[in-house]
Design a protein around this ligand. Structure first.
Ligand SMILES: [Zn+2]
Length: 636
């Protein structure tokens, strides 16, 4: 639809004369000037608040409604530029209903790959504009599941995933982590369904005819990527004093058993590790997502999304819950300013998550998790190098011209966490890091920062610690591949030796005869990681040995998705045809990108035709972000 003509009365929009506040985002020299993944002019005109009213239309698979934006001009500009992607903008009006001029354009250069710009005229320092729009079938933030694809198979389901830059396909916004704003959202959904959004409930649920409207508000300013919701046949139960779990009825009991009480233990312990900084969000709730969810969890405030794949029944995968809880401080409060700084969100969160688990379950368990993480890093570095993108193994990579989702890997998580482990031993241990984290969160809460800000803060805080001069910042921040740091010299290895020697026994003699009933899930992950690394390094494991291993340890029957993933990966790497059916079943049941991508890559090397046929059968099951990335190397 072409832009509306501006009514004559509004055409005289002269230069602004009112006194302006200082620009919200001032960056010193050495910092990046603007967000390469957003067209918005947020340092000139800033969205201060968002109020959304949307109808969730399952028949047409679109959201229809309006987004009211409160915009403050920070510079003498007479317009605001927003990000949009495949939205059908219908009308833009002021608060009083008068039409405002607007236009949607394709931006120049690389930004054209990330969406369009919506330019809206402004005629006052603070303006409320209301954008009437609909999403389209191309909206990448939305995932629509037909009822057959849900656990209960009776009702459809819809959820959003906006990180990294999909928020613009959900609503017109300044879609950069540099901009934070409070928001409200009213969702009108079929009466049988429930909407849970990333805020606290506000007001009663209103039933009208065959639909219900749920209202949520988020008063802590957040980035556009944290605006999210799930609509489904959901039931709820309490899992802690400030925590509710939402899930499809058939999954609720298992979820409650998995998360009950542990959630509060994690919140309290995380708060201790960050030096006592307040939990600012009120409630902490969990919504269980279908196993096609592309991530393990997503830290939507007041409503962590958690993949149903991570409920094995024995709490062995609750480290992900600890991870999402830590995001309540890191990521959601102290945020990466740009996507090149993603490790400030994820590396920090990973580091603190393992501190939390170490505090609760002991240093040996922390050491075990650190080694599992290190092996994940080894695998990620190998994959990225093999696919010809070694630049993505940097902690602060240059990704201005690529979609941050395409740069996504375990590197920002594990290399970032490893860097903080290294710094921990430089500054003298856990307590020193906690003292620093308290200051870091206090200084940067509510802000979006770059890697340079972290570095400056760290150097200032530890200015009297001599060993800080040893830190090779360039090597850690911009070096490629694995960093020069021997983790095993600094991690508690008491739980490691057992699984390592078990793996060595299999590698040397093709069998092992030791009692393993007490081994933890993470030890099995490490055991399999050792074997995978050995095979990548040229060692061979025979087919009878693999079959015997499966007979002994029942890997094919495990409910633990992390163990199952590694078992399938090992089988593919060993070119063992006996693993193909299990791998096909795994790929039809789990849609998390960190499993799906490496498995298809390994399968492609082993049996390309089978890889393609499995992908064809499942491509509509995965979220678009995963489908796109797998298609990039399988659709040829
Ligand atoms: Zn995370």
């Amino acid at each position: 639809m072409p832009p509306k003509k501006r009514p004559a009365a509004q055409s005289a929009s002269g230069p602004h004369t009112a006194k302006r506040p200082a620009a919200a985002i001032k960056r010193p020299a050495g910092h990046q000037a603007a967000c390469p993944h957003s067209v918005s002019n947020f340092s000139e005109a800033l969205v201060e608040r968002l109020d959304l009213q949307l109808k969730v239309d399952f028949d047409r698979q679109v959201l229809a409604g309006e987004c009211q934006l409160t915009v403050r001009s920070l510079q003498p500009v007479d317009h605001v530029i927003l990000d949009v992607l495949d939205l059908e903008v219908q009308e833009v009006t002021k608060e009083d209903g008068t039409a405002v001029q607007w236009k949607v354009q394709k931006p120049p250069g690389a930004k054209a790959n990330f969406g369009q710009s919506l330019t809206i005229d402004l005629d006052a320092e603070v303006t409320k504009v209301c954008v009437k729009y609909e999403t389209t079938e191309k909206s990448t933030a939305l995932q629509w599941l037909r009822k057959e694809q849900t656990q209960g198979k009776e009702f459809p389901l819809c959820f959003t995933q906006s990180q990294a830059i999909c928020g613009r396909s959900l609503l017109p916004c300044q879609d950069t982590p540099s901009v934070k704003a409070p928001f409200t959202i009213a969702l009108t959904v079929p009466a049988a369904l429930t909407a849970v959004a990333s805020g606290n409930p506000s007001g009663d649920v209103v039933t009208q005819g065959d639909s219900r409207t749920f209202k949520y508000e988020q008063n802590v300013p957040v980035m556009s990527y944290l605006i999210g919701f799930v609509v489904a046949r959901l039931e709820s139960c309490r899992i802690g004093p400030r925590s509710t779990c939402y899930a499809e009825p058939g999954v609720l009991q298992a979820a409650q058993k998995e998360f009950q009480d542990i959630v509060e233990e994690f919140i309290i312990t995380a708060q201790e590790v960050v030096g006592g900084a307040d939990y600012e969000w009120g409630s902490y709730n969990v919504a269980v997502m279908p196993s096609s969810f592309a991530y393990g969890g997503m830290e939507n405030p007041n409503c962590t999304f958690m993949s149903a794949s991570l409920i094995p029944g024995d709490r062995s995968l609750t480290p992900t819950l600890a991870h999402e809880i830590v995001h309540s401080w890191i990521g959601n409060l102290v945020t990466n300013a740009f996507w090149k700084d993603f490790w400030l969100n994820e590396g920090f969160t990973r580091y603190i998550e393992r501190r939390v688990l170490g505090k609760l379950y002991g240093p040996a368990f922390r050491g075990l998790l650190l080694m599992v993480g290190y092996n994940d890093l080894v695998k990620a570095v190998e994959m990225l190098t093999k696919q010809g993108t070694p630049g993505l193994t940097r902690l602060e990579p240059q990704i201005d011209e690529i979609d941050p989702d395409d740069a996504f890997s375990r590197v920002p998580y594990e290399k970032g966490s490893l860097f903080l482990i290294y710094l921990e031993q430089i500054v003298g241990g856990e307590q020193a890091m906690t003292d620093w984290l308290r200051s870091y969160v206090q200084e940067f809460r509510g802000r979006s920062i770059e890697t340079a800000d972290f570095k400056a803060h760290f150097l200032k805080f530890f200015r009297t610690v001599k060993r800080v001069n040893e830190v090779d910042w360039e090597h850690w921040l911009h070096g490629e591949g694995l960093p020069d740091f021997d983790l095993s010299a600094h991690a508690d290895k008491s739980l490691l030796d057992e699984c390592r020697s078990l793996a060595d026994s299999w590698l040397q003699s093709g069998s092992a005869d030791v009692e393993t009933g007490h081994m933890k899930a993470q030890q099995w992950m490490l055991f399999l990681d050792h074997l995978i690394n050995a095979v990548v390094g040229g060692k061979q494991i025979s087919e009878p040995a693999l079959a015997e291993m499966d007979g002994k340890y029942k890997f094919s029957a495990t409910a633990n998705v992390e163990v199952s993933f590694r078992w399938c990966l090992l089988g593919c790497r060993c070119r063992w045809r006996g693993c193909l059916d299990l791998t096909a079943k795994f790929l039809a049941s789990h849609g998390r990108g960190v499993y799906v991508k490496p498995l298809y890559l390994a399968l492609k090397d082993f049996d390309e035709e089978r890889a393609r046929s499995i992908f064809q059968q499942n491509r509509s099951f995965y979220m678009s972000v995963v489908t796109r990335q797998v298609a990039a190397f399988l659709d040829k």
